[in-house]
Design a protein around this ligand. Structure first.
Ligand code: GLC
Length: 587
């Protein structure tokens, strides 16, 4: 693919930055000692993880569904982004009730996506390019079409019965528990064959596995070894805070939805299960683990990711993602306070994931930025500046390097997501205000983040020659890879600069984080510092100009990154930032 970024210029700039940022020279011994004391390095801390939703990335055979061959064909593009790892959403055999999060065979590839030979080729292709692979492991639940569940539901004395949670009907109807996807919102579903109820926190086709059963844990460990032996480098454990269940099943009100995580998450046993996996599997591989959602309180997060406890390598909490849920925007001061809280809470104790988007939340520019034509590009670049200059491992989401936006769906039949469709039926049954429901869905639905990758202005954005499984965003005529490759000032090329900057500057990975202008409702600014090397990140998260007084030692003339090229930043005694401007400055 045509490369328009001036790499010699970039190399020169980074070289200058490295040379000029270093404080007084140290002897090699001094330098190593200082670094080890403050950092404790690991490849997965330095990684830039790019999340790919395979269903929507690139279709190679015209069936309207993305596939592994499609990703293989795009490996050079992925490499060109400067990311160092790819997290693939589930690609295992599945009846697709929840787009692959309902697995019927953990050792097979979904036929829509290709074959195991394609997988092996994809993994080899990534490794040849020094890109690591992170796989999704969905073991809070399986599909009801998995052989284990097919057996389990056959009879009460089936050897697989205890692989799942069953409640015999003669004990009466179990107290209702909340299900995320069930149209009746009840996680217990009656099954005639054995006159019993089974538990499913997600859809009825996603029965929850019983982690108290050691046989289940052995199965999971074997599955993990199967993929790690192939060379997979990381494991993202789906919905894992729910894996341990409160077996006494406390009674909760039927409409209980207030704090589901507090009620169902992090139950006793979870730490032990993770320690078992770590000691018996992960210790044998140079691979890392992260568990979705686990660690929603600071103490949990520390306990889960403290290296000496041997549980997880990093946490992926939702406090920041959940903070921005209202239709009328959010309070930047509060958002910044959360970043500060998590950075300071985990500093020196555990390790965090940094993300603003994934396949379960709206597009980042539509959620946190401004996706109108005037500000879309600047605000996407600004948000990517945050992702790639914070402490923690950044997770970037496919298409966000282009500034892809939410899609404007108006009717329920345009949605494909089970959460949207079942949520719609549930809301209708409860007599909710459906106009309000549709407005919320329009802004926050998961399908917003799942629309096909925008490769070109061609029909279906170059994603497929067939009919796409989910509509392509009409704005692909303007927002697409082909157009952005040609524009040196595009979001895409700015993203490449940012990944290069992070990789060249360990201060951005390991350095301390000191927030500035904490009370400003416009500025998001901080200093990163490692062993005397400092960088200032200053962003204006608003449509009005803003000024920031420079911290001592920084020089407004030494701007190493600027998302609004040519836009001056010098002001008396500080920086003057235009709407959604982001700069990185050195002393
Ligand atoms: C996680 C996944 C989500 C899925 C759910 C059930 O939250 O990220 O996409 O629907 O688990 O597996």
């Amino acid at each position: 693919m045509k490369q328009t970024l001036s790499w010699p210029l970039l190399a020169l700039l980074l070289f200058t930055l490295l040379c000029t940022c270093d404080p007084a020279p140290k002897t090699p011994e001094e330098s190593t000692a200082a670094t080890e004391a403050t950092t404790d390095r690991a490849w997965w801390k330095e990684a830039i993880i790019h999340q790919i939703y395979p269903r929507s990335y690139q279709d190679s055979d015209g069936d309207g569904v993305g596939d592994l061959r499609g990703i293989i064909n795009r490996l050079d593009y992925i490499k060109s982004l400067g990311v160092t790892a790819v997290w693939l959403n589930p690609i295992y055999a599945s009846p697709n009730d929840d787009n692959g999060y309902d697995i019927s065979d953990y050792r097979a590839i979904m036929s829509d996506f290709g074959t195991m030979a394609d997988f092996d080729e994809l993994l080899a292709g990534m490794h040849q390019r020094d890109i690591r692979m992170v796989m999704d492991l969905v073991v809070n639940h399986s599909s009801d079409e998995h052989q284990w569940f097919v057996e389990s539901r056959k009879s009460r004395d089936n050897p697989y019965r205890d692989y799942y949670h069953w409640w015999p009907a003669e004990k009466g109807k179990p107290a209702p528990r909340f299900s995320f996807f069930d149209v009746n919102s009840d996680a217990w579903r009656y099954d005639e064959t054995t006159d019993a109820y089974y538990l499913h926190y997600f859809s009825g086709k996603q029965p929850d596995l019983n982690w108290e059963n050691p046989k289940v844990r052995e199965e999971v460990k074997d599955i993990m070894r199967f993929w790690l032996d192939k060379g997979v480098d990381g494991v993202r454990m789906d919905a894992f805070q729910y894996a341990a269940k409160d077996t006494l099943f406390p009674v909760l009100p039927a409409n209980y939805t207030d704090d589901i995580i507090a009620a169902y998450g992090m139950q006793p046993g979870l730490h032990e299960y993770l320690r078992e996996i770590n000691a018996e599997v992960m210790q044998d591989y140079d691979a890392f683990t992260v568990a979705e959602g686990a660690g929603s309180t600071m103490q949990d997060a520390i306990d889960l990711s403290a290296p000496e406890r041997g549980e997880l390598d990093m946490v992926y909490h939702f406090e920041i993602a959940d903070y921005v849920k209202k239709l009328d925007g959010y309070d930047l001061v509060g958002l910044k306070a959360l970043f500060t809280k998590w950075d300071q809470g985990l500093a020196g104790k555990g390790w965090n994931s940094i993300f603003l988007a994934n396949h379960d939340i709206a597009r980042m520019v539509s959620k946190y930025g401004n996706d109108t034509p005037e500000y879309r590009a600047a605000s996407s670049k600004c948000l990517n500046t945050l992702l790639l200059t914070m402490r923690g491992t950044p997770y970037t989401y496919y298409g966000d390097e282009l500034g892809m936006t939410n899609i404007d769906f108006r009717t329920i039949d345009q949605y494909r997501d089970i959460a949207a469709r079942n949520g719609y039926t549930a809301a209708k049954n409860k007599g909710e205000d459906m106009e309000k429901f549709m407005t919320r869905l329009n802004k926050f639905s998961r399908d917003n983040a799942r629309t096909p990758m925008q490769w070109s202005a061609a029909e279906n954005a170059g994603f497929t020659t067939g009919t796409p499984w989910l509509a392509v965003n009409p704005n692909h005529v303007a927002i697409n890879v082909e157009a952005e490759e040609k524009d040196p000032g595009s979001c895409l090329n700015y993203f490449r600069w940012l990944t290069a900057l992070r990789k060249e500057n360990p201060v951005l990975v390991y350095g301390d984080y000191t927030p500035l202008a904490e009370e400003s409702g416009q500025l998001f600014a901080y200093v990163r510092e490692l062993d005397g090397t400092r960088l200032l990140v200053a962003m204006n998260w608003s449509e009005e100009p803003a000024e920031l007084a420079l911290p001592e030692g920084f020089d407004a003339a030494k701007v190493v990154m600027n998302n609004l090229e040519g836009e001056a930043v010098l002001a008396e005694g500080g920086l003057s930032l235009a709407a959604w401007q982001a700069v990185v400055v050195r002393p």
